[in-house]
Design a protein. Structure first.
Length: 153
């Protein structure tokens, strides 16, 4: 099944690609690699999931925010590439969690995005290298920010 077919089978709807929040390009393509700028858990209509994991949000809500961030990344990739079927594999993700100093489960939060990509492209191509770190704050108090590197065709 293609990535586009997988989204339909999973009954997932992509939000619109999020608006830019600064002076940068959402995606830069160099050869067969797409570098995707950091995205937050965009819901559409200028709205994001906000709050600090460990204070305002629990682990499950943080993981849901990471999944929503993954959907926003997919929306941008689709807008830039024309189809998610052009993505050959996930190379690397950097996940940043807006969390309290004592929260230490950052990788479990970012699993929300990684699991989504594993469902869309399969384990072999959808799961790449990854880093997951905690941050004292993120822009607009968003719960999660994730950037990615993708091999494309």
């Amino acid at each position: 099944m293609t990535a586009e077919e997988q989204l339909t089978a999973l009954n997932l709807t992509l939000p619109s690609a999020p608006p830019r929040g600064g002076v940068y390009k959402p995606v830069v393509i160099v050869g067969n690699v797409a570098y995707v700028s950091g995205h937050g858990p965009y819901l559409g209509d200028g709205k994001y999931l906000t709050g600090r994991v460990g204070a305002d949000l629990d682990l499950d809500a943080g993981k849901a925010a990471a999944k929503q961030t993954g959907l926003a990344l997919l929306a941008t990739l689709k807008a830039e590439l024309g189809s998610l079927d052009r993505v050959k594999r996930v190379v690397k993700l950097l996940g940043m969690v807006n969390s309290t100093p004592d929260f230490g489960e950052h990788p479990k939060v970012i699993n929300g995005c990684s699991e989504l990509f594993g469902q869309v492209w399969g384990e072999e191509c959808g799961i790449g290298a990854r880093s997951a770190v905690g941050m004292g704050s993120l822009p607009g108090n968003i719960a999660v920010e994730i950037e990615g590197i993708f091999e494309i065709q």
